[in-house]
Design a protein around this ligand. Structure first.
Ligand SMILES: [Zn+2]
Length: 356
């Protein structure tokens, strides 16, 4: 069964973690044996090979680079120009993957349908992983004109914020509005028909954004605050607003966002009992709240700076997402619901956004 993953930071892993994603996950782990510069060394769960094995044939893949002002304690680049250059390097990696047939960029309806047809073919041919290019945090957009440059390079989704205060919006663990710059950006996003990713917006920026923006909006990787009480997750009120806008919300597999009271570096998936089935609690919550199974999908974030130490205990690599359909069926979801949740909701969203 084809699975759509609405959030992966593939290029960041290739360039900042120095991971050759054409390798098997086991090969990358072996290469990283003994390295201690990052908490997830030797524990990665994602590679293009593993995605292919699990039929995760299509994903939203990010460019990501934070610009930090002098007062900002978060790690990041010291100018927006440096952040822009970083995202351009990431794009160069995606292009290099295209050249060797590992990936293919999807920017319009024709390419989308061709790609889905290819993955629906029953053949042993090595199929490229389709990716929709997205920007996580808009700090690298040096000027509004840079957004059109990015659009021309294939950018089709954008989240104005990431962690902390940003140029265009305030993100997770910070508080503030979108200001004039944020509003200008939203106008340009709407003009170019880029999908707005509501993920990571702090509550104030979220509501201010909803007040001024009427274009297509999704949330690529965001769980439910009712289950894990933290500003990184959406409140029921925010979820309701997103349903009204026909949004799809991708469920993230970062353990601290799945189960309450996770302590980073101390809790383990085993001691906390976090499994793929824990994700189904969030899926269920969204389905109960919306009264259907049309607004939820999967946006794993499995390579977002964590690995096996902080993801579901029954997931060794991303290919284990193939266990999800069975788990959904066990909770009483119909075949149609399962198809919607694992791919069709996001595909329908893209078809609608790109047909205008
Ligand atoms: Zn994120």
């Amino acid at each position: 069964m084809l699975i759509f993953d609405a959030h992966l930071d593939l290029a960041m892993n290739a360039l900042e973690w120095n991971r050759n994603l054409t390798w098997e996950v086991a090969e990358i782990r072996k290469m990283e044996h003994g390295m201690e510069d990052k908490p997830d060394r030797g524990k990665n769960t994602v590679s293009l090979d593993a995605m292919r094995k699990g039929s995760i044939g299509i994903c939203v893949a990010t460019q990501i680079a934070r610009y930090v002002k002098k007062s900002n304690p978060l790690p990041g680049w010291n100018s927006p120009e440096q952040a822009w250059a970083q995202t351009q390097g990431q794009l160069a990696w995606y292009k290099a993957m295209e050249e060797i047939g590992e990936m293919t960029q999807i920017t319009n309806l024709t390419q989308l349908e061709q790609h889905i047809n290819l993955w629906n073919l029953d053949s042993n041919q090595k199929k490229p992983i389709g990716y929709i290019l997205s920007l996580e945090g808009a700090d690298s957009i040096v000027s509004i004109a840079h957004l059109e440059k990015s659009y021309d390079q294939g950018l089709r989704a954008i989240g104005p914020a990431h962690y902390g205060p940003g140029t265009y919006a305030f993100g997770t663990n910070s508080t503030g509005g979108i200001g004039t710059k944020g509003k200008e950006l939203l106008l340009e996003i709407a003009r170019l028909n880029i999908i707005l990713d509501a993920t990571h917006l702090c509550d104030q920026s979220f509501w201010e954004t909803m007040n001024v923006y009427n274009g297509p909006v999704w949330a690529s990787h965001n769980n439910c605050r009712t289950l894990v009480d933290h500003n990184r997750q959406f409140s029921d009120e925010q979820l309701q607003e997103l349903f009204k806008r026909k949004a799809v919300i991708g469920m993230a597999l970062d353990a601290w966002m799945m189960a309450p009271n996770w302590v980073r570096g101390q809790s383990t998936p085993k001691t906390m009992g976090v499994t793929l089935d824990t994700m189904l609690d969030h899926i269920d919550h969204i389905c109960q709240l919306s009264g259907n199974a049309l607004h939820v999908g999967i946006g794993t974030d499995l390579d977002g700076g964590f690995g096996k130490e902080q993801c579901p205990n029954d997931l060794d690599t991303i290919s284990d997402l193939q266990k999800v359909p069975k788990l959904l069926a066990a909770r009483g979801y119909s075949d149609e619901d399962i198809k919607n949740i694992t791919s069709e909701n996001f595909l329908r969203f893209l078809r609608s956004a790109w047909s205008t």
